[in-house]
Design a binder for this molecule. Sequence first.
Ligand code: ATP
Length: 431
Amino acid sequence: EESKKNVANLMKEFLPEEIYKILLTAGSLAEEMGYGVYLVGGSIRDLLMRKPSPDIDIVVEGDGIAFAQELSKIINGKVIPHRRFGTAKILIEIEKNGEVKRFSIDIATARTEYYESPAALPKVETSSIKKDLYRRDFTINALAVKLNTKDFGLLLDFFGGQRDIKDKKIRVLHNLSFVEDPTRAIRAIRFSEKLGFKISKHTENLIKLAVKMSIFEKLKGPRLYEELILLLKETLPHYSVKRLADYGLLKILHPSFDEKLFNELVKAHETVQGMELLFLKEKYRKEFIYLVVLLWNLKSHEREEFLKRICAPENVKKQLIENITSAEKALQNFPSEESFLEVYKLLSSLNIETIILMMIYAEEQQKRAISIYLTKLKEIKPLLRGEDLKKLGIQPGPVYKKIFDEILKEKLQGRLLSKEEEIEFVKKFGK
Ligand code: ATP
């Protein structure tokens, strides 16, 4: 049965002050509008684990969008409503000590979802908080805290979420959970890896049963992409993919995925960690590197099909395929002698993701050359500009490129360290 625990003090201690204040405000607005309003989802789990939580999810027994609009007026936010789902996002900027902090609050109308078919989009109907929580993935994510002033901080635990947090267990709420939504199997592994929790025996059996019943054949669409990316992003990729394999889910992602991937993901992970030590200026997303490692050994039409099936966004799909193709080509054309100029020419036109991919699959000698490129050669360029050449009386034309190439070649070998030396070189070069 439901507990009578009050966690207002925990909230005050572990939530940012601004958020705590907004929740108090939401509670008094709830009383005014006659709605039941609750903080739900991962933030309660994090709160009970004494961890800071990135997102604030609120559920309203009533008109969620209307509530969001009223709340937003009071706290000076901006509302983005999604009428179809009865949800809204409030964006707020809070200035504190001259610094602007941005928050977003997700507000939903309490609902039960029924599924037209597994893995399809839900239809929405109004219902109460208990039913809303019952449609959630795991007990540890199905806790709520009431915000209404009268009961502010009251913890609602209908399904044993507190006990499972204490026991470090991932447990579904009912036997049809994976039939309703197969992506939950990937989520189970993600939370297990991320939180260091065990998937309960019964929940494990339900995953295995669902695999046997071919439920996961229906595993496709944008949710699959999102969960796969989150899995690769938030956990150690080789462990997570090993776990997918243990449950028979790896073959479902693609029939040719097998154990060979683990070693490659280990290499990818080591490479990504190595890159962190270089403090590269360019940003890249490591989860995309890992996703590409999954795709690397597929034939090119299989890659296309896979990315299409998981509904990777069009721009992501294009970029990933382009990176694979460029990396493969660059590895094939890798200069065999140790010429810094050739290495520079090959790598300077490639984006950082492509270079990291090359690093994963390169041979030792190539790896060394790529490292030298990243740590030394990458930043080298002629100090002279076109206008400097003009001042030296050289007519603009194709010869400029030739001159810059020659300067670069010298610099890549440690010569021509100053602008003066470059000028001297150019003067001689003309003769
Ligand atoms: P994280 O801290 O990793 O973001 P989270 O619990 O906030 O964890 P989200 O993916 O942001 O995870 O989901 C928010 C909440 O929505 C979850 O706590 C869960 O209650 C619910 N939820 C999300 N995805 C599903 C799903 N596939 N099936 C059921 N409930 C889900």
